[in-house]
Design a protein around this ligand. Structure first.
Ligand SMILES: Cc1ncc(COP(=O)(O)O)c(C=O)c1O
Length: 384
């Protein structure tokens, strides 16, 4: 049957009908009083989602644009930074910073393992001359399904006292707790096609007071992504350039939905989806790629042994119209990834796991015990 695609990838994520309909309008002038009111509401609700009283700025960009803005506004060529790299997106941070002449020292971990907080702590403690200007990490490493210990790494950064913490929260914001002000996170980047339940096209950057201090002396050239322009405009309920008006109508609707659910509800839904998916994989003897104590709330990566990952993805798509993500780079063909980010409910998880069981049967996997995965997931999902 056509037109029943279930997106279980880490982005773009499914978009609620309410949000799709909110976007199906004629655009209005972005300098109009009417649109000013929309920007005011969006700004207030974005601050709520980020748990901050400081700035959250909207960019016509994807997550990588928000990451780039997070580098070029607060650093200068020659600045030393520590970058956490345990996957595709940590690697991207390093490449991005280097492209602007920033001197990158990487703290690495094997793909599938979390970054080691102690390594950050010892590097930062050894930096008595305070040469390290920023610590840059990916919170939820989408390529492997690992959630890095942002709180722990941030504590080490705060003990250093000078370095900024710059975070890619592209697949963790709107999925798990990121109290921006309580943790004093200086720069947090995210993108619309993830926990925001929107199509791609909007990037978000939250900026705290210490980052704005760094902005004053940062020397990397900037123009379109000059966040000072965005702050000035946002403070006047406006935007520096023509924003994607219709996406912002969608954002208005999605933030209203998220607000109605509440932060606790959003985090719990993702936590249960993660746990249910992981327990189901264990019950089906499918090895998990990330450990239980560092599980991303957005994505579960699975490394099957007896059946090929790409065959599983192919049958899931052809027979059940469920799109799963594959592995990236050297993990291509070795893992498949189940997205449970954004507009994903308990029914979706159960449907995906039941279809996965049927897929394993179709592929002749003798290890699969029919119903074991669904039962394991259900045991988690029915808990209050
Ligand atoms: C953790 C993470 N960072 C950054 C990005 C890049 O975002 P975009 O593709 O929107 O530029 C992604 C996209 O999947 C991501 O998952």
């Amino acid at each position: 049957m056509d037109n029943k695609l279930m997106l279980m990838i880490p982005g773009p994520t499914p978009v609620p009908e309410k949000v799709l309909l909110a976007m199906a309008k004629h655009p209005i002038g972005h300098r109009s009083g009417e649109f000013s009111k929309v920007i005011a509401e969006l700004t207030e609700n974005l601050k709520w989602l980020h748990q901050t009283e400081h700035d959250v700025l909207m960019l016509s960009a994807t997550g990588t644009g928000a990451m780039e803005a997070g580098i070029i506004n607060f650093l200068s060529p020659g600045d030393q930074v520590l970058v956490g790299n345990n996957g595709k997106f940590g690697e991207r941070w390093g490449k991005l910073a280097k492209a602007f002449g920033v001197v990158v020292e990487e703290i690495t971990a094997e793909w599938g393992k979390p970054l080691d907080v102690e390594e950050f702590r010892s590097k930062l403690e050894a930096d008595t001359d305070k040469k390290i200007k920023a610590v840059i990490i990916t919170h939820s490493e989408t390529s492997t399904g690992v959630l890095n210990d942002l709180e722990g790494i941030n504590k080490a950064v705060k003990a250093h006292g000078v370095a900024l913490i710059i975070v890619d929260a592209v697949t963790s914001l709107g999925a798990c707790n990121i109290p921006v002000d309580e943790w004093a996170l200086d720069v947090v980047a995210s993108g619309s096609q993830k926990g925001y339940m929107l199509p791609p096209g909007l990037g978000f950057v939250s900026v705290g007071p210490k980052a704005w201090q760094a902005y004053k002396t940062a020397k990397i050239p900037r123009f379109y992504l000059d966040l000072g322009k965005y702050k000035k405009a946002t403070d006047e309920n406006s935007s520096p350039f023509t924003p994607p008006v219709n996406l912002m109508y969608g954002l208005q609707a999605s933030l209203q939905m998220l607000k109605a659910e509440g932060l606790e509800g959003i985090f719990k839904r993702h936590q249960k989806a993660t746990q249910a998916t992981r327990e189901a994989m264990k019950a089906l003897s499918l090895p998990l790629f990330a450990p239980d104590n560092a599980a991303s709330p957005a994505i579960t990566a699975v490394a099957p042994i007896t059946v090929e990952a790409e065959k599983i993805r192919s049958v899931m798509k052809k027979r059940f119209d469920i799109a799963l993500a594959g592995g990236q780079d050297h993990l291509q063909g070795k893992i498949f990834r189940i997205g449970h980010l954004g507009f994903v409910c308990e029914r979706d998880i159960l449907a995906a796991i039941a279809s996965l069981e049927a897929t394993l049967m179709a592929l002749g996997d003798r290890q699969v015990t029919s119903g074991a995965g669904v039962a394991a997931a259900a045991r988690i999902l029915i808990q209050d």
